[in-house]
Design a protein around this ligand. Sequence first.
Ligand code: AMP
Length: 214
Amino acid sequence: MKIIMLGAPGAGKGTQAKMIAEKYSVPHVSTGDIFRANIKEGTELGKEVKSYMDQGLLVPDELTVRILLDRVSREDCKNGYILDGFPRTIPQAEVLEQELAKREEAIDFAIDVEVPDEEIIGRMTGRRACAGCGATYHVVHIPPRQEGICDACGKELILRDDDKLETVKKRLAVYHEQTQPLIEFYTEKGILRTIDGTAPMQEVFTVIETILGE
Ligand code: AMP
């Protein structure tokens, strides 16, 4: 099973990708997670991608494709994977398709999790992260017991740079311009499935289960 999760940043595709990965026993592959881990470890790759990410811009295709192809060629991906945050541009999708075709493989479904921009903005700008342990909250949906303080470790909660209004708006603009064309790309291939991402998390997952089968 090879699945692509499409949708704007903050649409909840990462959460759904993790649930799919668990139920169907395939790895959850997130290029954003790979990049963040490299930034944290201070690797060369991390240094290269940080400024793009901080500005809400996409990391260049060539670099992103190289990292992704390396990841999916590992042993744990031989029975499939869920791609979360890749592809994000038509050239990325084309390279992925060509590489899979060489092995007589193909993506089974591209699942588009749809959420209106206004809701994305509310979800992301309301997020707060603990400066200490990294636990995440939302000022409306998952408030901490004491405002601005982490329930788990008592440290201060912060608004991350990539959740600031200006960055969220920039990321949405980048999404509409560079990633949304993939919806047509996968519609033409006959593998796009669109779902309503505004429903509660478990309901969204039930719809995905119907698409993927038991
Ligand atoms: P994400 O966690 O998927 O929202 O990704 C966080 C950031 O990593 C994005 O805003 C981009 O800067 C970068 N990134 C992740 N995946 C890709 C990709 N497929 N192509 C280009 N940049 C990416």
